[in-house]
Design a protein around this ligand. Structure first.
Ligand SMILES: Cc1cc2nc3c(=O)[nH]c(=O)nc-3n(C[C@H](O)[C@H](O)[C@H](O)COP(=O)(O)O)c2cc1C
Length: 484
């Protein structure tokens, strides 16, 4: 914090060469972005599943004139509706909030019901993530209520921010909704022909958030390479489709300090979005035990592990490693799944180790729990899994991912080593920045204060860098040629 305050003091230093043209936290990022979202800063907090990005966090951001997305992933519809109502009840007109929307190709009805709920509750901003292609539910959300505006423009009531890490996914969001999907939705009464007619005038997303290596699900992208390529793609697609409004490009992944935020804006980001740092704040919906661990981490304390929800596909998540066995154990389970076709093929000593040490219960007990759940929720899937030993092994292994999340959420004191805590190195960098200040203790970290520190610090850092470049150029110009 002291460093931040020193940096902010610099920002306010009238002696600075660039004082007259001082960059401020408010001036960073896209003007249209800030106006559209009704926010003071081009800074968003990303969703974190199961309400880790909590109603408290979303409300705190909104009340500070900023915006965050609620972590809708993994919550039942009733819990989601209650969260929306809780947020709405605490916000005044003009204060902004958004909800997460996750692609679910395996259970498209989950996405459909989520869209029904968002439309019913008047949710007007979503952060769409995990999409590999555009789905009918997303198209319905995007186009519902669209009306013609003046001079060929349109009025679009539902804003979509698409979080992407690959150009082909960005391309899908930079195009209008696929016509064949639009026609099908019209045929079943989900959109009116008038709404469908306007579909070709707008892209699927207002904003593309380019996610480099991040906490949670990650393609481990490199921001320095991704940003220019994605901005070029945006420009090409704008030229091809001639949209009335420019699609903005923002940056996420690895942002936890003023310097990183400043770098993202220098790369051309219209906005930035943070994740990992917000999990270690008072408002985050996770146990104190996890926050205590997170507060101590450094930049090298993360590891990659398989993602429980996309286990068979080999998708990866970035998690906290320091003091935890979860990453090693989860990787071991994935390696066994790849090498074997059934639990019976696994060496007896390894089977014993998993049941006694990892699971602390037998495979039979885990299967009974899994079977019970599937019988209630998805009997068809249960029948498929039962008849396929490899799928049954995957189902039993996947239980560990649900279990380890639960342990972390509850802060189970006995099984700390099995906590599954999604997190990226951004928090490690933040922790180093605030070391020795009051903010070192997470109990003094508030989500909107972090936004303030990072944005004001970024402006200060940029002013300092520009000033240093200018001073050095002035020195160079005043030096006699011979001495150069
Ligand atoms: C604990 C945790 C849970 C997350 N859950 C979700 C999620 O449910 N949906 C989503 O779109 N992104 C999720 N994310 C990603 C964040 O919204 C954000 O994009 C990412 O954390 C930014 O990178 P950073 O962690 O390097 O700041 C999660 C991130 C973390 C750390």
């Amino acid at each position: 914090m002291q460093e931040c305050m020193d940096a902010i003091a610099f920002e306010q230093n009238p002696a600075s060469t660039t004082a007259a043209l001082r960059i401020t936290a408010e001036s960073l990022g896209g003007e249209e972005f800030k106006a559209d979202y009704g926010v003071r800063y081009a800074y968003l907090t990303g969703a974190m599943y199961k309400g880790i990005a909590s109603t408290k966090s979303v409300v705190a951001m909104a009340q500070a004139g900023l915006m965050g997305y609620f972590g809708a992933g993994g919550l039942r519809l009733e819990a989601l509706e209650s969260a929306i109502r809780t947020i709405q009840a605490q916000l005044r007109d003009g204060q902004s909030y958004g909800m997460n929307m996750l692609c679910n190709l395996e259970q498209p009805e989950v996405e459909e019901r989520t869209v029904d709920l968002y439309l019913k509750c008047g949710v007007s901003r979503i952060e769409a993530a995990a999409y590999m292609k555009i789905t009918p539910s997303l198209v319905r959300y995007r186009l519902k209520g669209i009306t013609p505006g003046a001079n060929g423009a349109t009025h679009v009531p539902h804003k979509v921010l698409a979080k992407v890490s690959r150009p082909e996914v960005a391309t899908a969001f930079l195009q209008p909704a696929p016509p064949e999907i639009v026609s099908k939705i019209v045929a079943r009464g989900g959109l009116t022909p008038a709404e469908a007619d306007l579909a070709r005038l707008i892209p699927m997303a207002d904003d593309i958030c380019v996610e480099a290596d991040s906490g949670g699900h990650t393609d481990a992208g490199v921001a320095l390479a991704l940003m220019p390529a994605m901005m070029r793609l945006r420009d090409d697609m704008m030229a091809r489709h001639g949209y009335a409004k420019t699609v903005r490009v923002g940056a996420a992944g690895g942002i936890g300090t003023p310097q990183t935020a400043a770098a993202a804006f220098v790369l051309g980001a219209d906005f930035i979005l943070t994740g990992s740092i917000n999990q270690c704040t008072v408002e985050a919906g996770i146990s104190d035990a996890v926050k205590d661990l997170l507060q101590e981490m450094n930049v090298q304390d993360t590891a990659y592990a398989p993602a429980g929800d996309m286990f068979e596909l080999g998708a990866r998540i970035q998690v906290l490693k320091r003091g935890l066995f979860f990453p090693a154990r989860a990787n071991k389970l994935y390696e066994l799944y790849q090498r074997h076709n059934s639990l019976d093929e696994i060496e007896p000593s390894v089977r014993k180790q998993i049941q006694e040490k990892f699971f602390r219960r037998s495979f039979e007990d885990v299967w009974t729990e899994t079977e019970d759940y599937l019988r209630r929720t998805d009997p068809k899937k249960l029948a498929e899994i039962e008849s396929n030993p490899k799928r049954k092994m995957a189902a039993i292994f996947k239980w560990y991912f649900i279990h380890s999340t639960r342990l972390a959420m509850e802060g189970n004191a006995d099984q700390k080593v099995d906590y599954q805590v999604h997190c990226g190195p951004a928090l490690g960098a933040f922790n180093q920045w605030v070391k020795g200040t009051a903010t070192e203790n997470w109990r003094n970290r508030r989500v909107a204060t972090l936004a303030e520190m990072i944005m004001r610090g970024a402006a200060a850092w940029l002013n300092q860098r520009v000033d240093s470049f200018v001073q050095s150029e002035l020195r160079r110009q005043t030096l006699p040629l011979a001495s150069r």
